[in-house]
Structure formats: C-alpha cells, structure tokens
Write a protein that binds this ligand. Structure first.
Ligand code: AOF
Ligand code: ZN
Length: 365
C-alpha cells in the first residue's frame, strides 16, 4: 500500500486513531473505544470512533463521515483502525462485512481483539476476502489505551486501580480524627481529614468518572462518610462497591442513599435487593480480592478504583491482584495515625502537582 510522500507513516495515522478513540473511551464501556481513519493518497477522507455503548463501532462512524464527493475514493483508501474489526453479530453487524461491502482493499490494524467472539477471526475474514491486512502498528499503545478492556477479556476480571493519599510521614489519617464514628445512620457533621489539596481531590473525581466502579471497605464508610461520586468533575458516576462482611453498615446513610447504583459485598445470606442496591454474598477469606473481581466481572464492570481504607488496600496489594496504583504524597505531617499500606514498589512516574506529589505504579504481572 502506498503512503504519501510526506514524512507520514502508518504510526502517524494510528496515533490519530487513538486520539479519536480517546473521545469515546468511557462512554463505550464495557466495549472498547476504537478509532478509525480513512486515508486516500495522504489525505484523510474519513474519521470516527466508537459511539456510546450499544451504538455504531468506530469503522462505521469513519466510513459514514466521508463526504458524498469523496465516497468514490473509499475503495482506494487505506483504513486505519486501532482494534481488529469485529467479525460477529453483537449489538451491531460485523465491521468486516462493512469493509468488504465498501471494497476497501488495504487495512492497517493496531492490535487483535481479545474478545473470544473476535480474537483473530476479523483479520482472517478480511484476508479470506482478499484484503491486504497489516497487523500490529502501535500495538503496545493500542493495548495500553484499551487496557481495561484487554484485562477484562484476557484475565476475566476488571482492571484494578488502587488509590490512596499519604502524609509526608506516611500516614493515611491522623490518630485523633475530627470525625465522630458514632454518627452512623445519618450524614451527621462528619468530615474526612484531607491529606491532599483541592486540586488533587478534583483529579480523583476525574479518575472516578473514568472507571466503571469504585470500591471501599466498611471502615472507610464509618470514618469518612464518603459519597464516592464525581461532584467535582463532569462525567458518569461509577457503580459503588462496598465491603460489609457482617452487615455493620446496613443502616448507614451511605448504603441507604440510593441515588447511585451500589453493590454491597457481604457474608450475610439472601439480603433482598432494592432498585439501586444489590447484595452479593462472598466469603471474606484469603481469596477475597479474587471473589470481588469475579463478582465485578459478572456485572460487566470493566474497571474498579479501590479507594481504601488501609485494610482493603493491603488485601489487594498482598494478593498481587492490582494493575495500577496512584499514590498522592502530601506535604502535611501527621506524627502518627493509620499507616499507609506496606507497599514495596518503584513508581513508573512521579509528577509534581501544586502541593502534592503523584506517584504512579504499574503491575504488569
Ligand atoms: C470494532 N469496532 O469500534 C468496537 C469493537 O455488542 P457490539 O456489537 O457493540 O460488539 C462489541 C464487541 O465488538 C466488543 O466486545 C469488541 O470485541 C468489539 N468492539 N469492534 O470493530 C469498534 N468497539
Ligand atoms: Zn465492529
């Protein structure tokens, strides 16, 4: 296939696919967000990305975006797509059929689709139809971009992000919290003690809007009376997951507040589900993180951000069942309190925020 004479490569257009896909990432979940670009003689004649869940795929939007005047160029154009075109009938017909129907001869694919319904079948189908298919352009970047989707399909569990904020001397919260843990059942006047500044807090709300679920343990509900929503950012609220082994917080405002879908993981049997409040029975043994992951997978939740507290975070760390950790290091010194989790990892990036430092860790295991 012919590229333009300018210093433009397959990678350049694949990068454009990923830029386009960025726009649809959260809305497409639990589907991947896929970018597609049609290039004719070095000129982009069509672009698209996956529509919100259940809607058209990236390739469809790309082909539909071509103007009437350019439509006759489609068969001679190269189609760049960041994920293997689908070969199955899901909520929409196979993208492969659309490509074949449009007589597109050259297709450049970022990476194979891990969904077992596709998994190479799309590429096979295109090649059997006589298409010239290049696979693996910016493969690493394409996998990284849809890493939640890849983890979900390859490991049958959600992508797990751990998040906490620790003081300069390594504590999650002070010894004498300004909170009154007896105010269970109402909002009370409880306010969490913040280690980080407001800018970091807003960033956390942005992160929440990017994931499908958010998880905390019982003690965090008792101590912080959290809302776990995205009030400081525009975007969807993640499903709230709360651990409540013995039903200790069953009357708590957090659980009773049914504005946001909430799943309570408990050892209690046969608790009746309400519209936005669902109970799932799990065993709180050494396998707890795996049991949680299995439940979330069953609910089609692609990712979860675990926001505490110490015990919950430590359980995930000790089991090795996490993919990313995002740790704020504040400037406050607490001189005691609840210690940050034991965590012997090296950050892949360190970033200076306004007052805090943000450390990102990755677990590729
Ligand atoms: C593509 N292009 O833009 C996306 C693809 O239920 P459906 O029909 O929406 O199909 C969902 C599956 O299709 C999803 O799990 C993944 O394998 C693939 N997603 N494929 O060719 C796209 N989003
Ligand atoms: Zn498709």
């Amino acid at each position: 296939m012919q590229l333009s004479t300018k210093k433009v490569t397959h990678e350049t257009y694949m990068q454009r696919c990923l830029e386009l896909a960025q726009n649809g990432l959260r809305a497409a979940m639990p589907n991947p967000s896929v970018g597609a670009v049609l290039v004719h003689n070095g000129r982009i004649i069509g672009e698209g990305h996956t529509s919100p869940y259940g809607g058209p795929h990236g390739e469809v939007n790309c082909i539909n975006s071509v103007t009437e005047a350019d439509r006759h160029l489609i068969p001679e154009a190269i189609l760049y797509v960041s994920l293997e075109p689908c070969s199955h009938y899901g909520k929409t017909p196979p993208c492969c059929d659309l490509i074949i129907h449009n007589h597109i001869k050259n297709i450049v694919v970022g990476t194979i689709d891990p969904n077992e319904k596709v998994a190479g079948n799309g590429i096979r189908k295109l090649r059997e139809a006589g298409k010239n298919v290049v696979v693996g352009v910016l493969e690493k970047e394409c996998r990284e971009f849809n890493r939640r989707f890849f983890t979900f399909h390859e490991k049958q569990r959600p992508y797990i992000i751990l998040k906490w904020a620790e003081s300069a001397d390594g504590y999650l919260s002070p010894l004498n919290r300004t909170l009154d843990s007896s105010t269970v059942g109402s909002l009370g006047d409880k306010k969490p003690v913040w280690i980080t500044n407001t800018n970091s807090r807003q960033l956390v709300h942005k992160w929440r809007s990017e994931e499908t679920a958010i998880l905390v343990g019982t003690q965090t509900v008792l101590d912080d009376n959290p809302q776990l929503d995205v009030r400081d950012w525009n975007g969807p609220n993640p499903v709230r997951i709360v651990l409540d082994r013995t039903g200790k917080i069953s009357d708590h405002y957090f659980v009773k507040n049914q504005k946001i879908k909430t799943i309570v993981l408990t050892e209690q049997a046969d608790l009746p589900n309400l519209e936005n409040l669902l109970y799932e029975q799990v065993s709180f043994d050494d396998n707890l993180p795996h049991a949680i992951a299995t439940v979330l997978h069953r609910y089609n939740l692609l990712s979860v951000i675990v926001e505490g507290g110490r015990q919950t975070l430590q359980t995930f760390i000790d089991s090795g069942l996490w993919d990313e950790a995002r740790v704020f290091k504040g400037t406050t010194v607490l001189h005691g309190g609840t210690k940050a989790p034991d965590f012997e990892w090296k950050p892949v990036t360190r970033q200076e925020l306004l007052n805090d430092e943000l450390l990102i860790f990755r677990n590729y295991g």
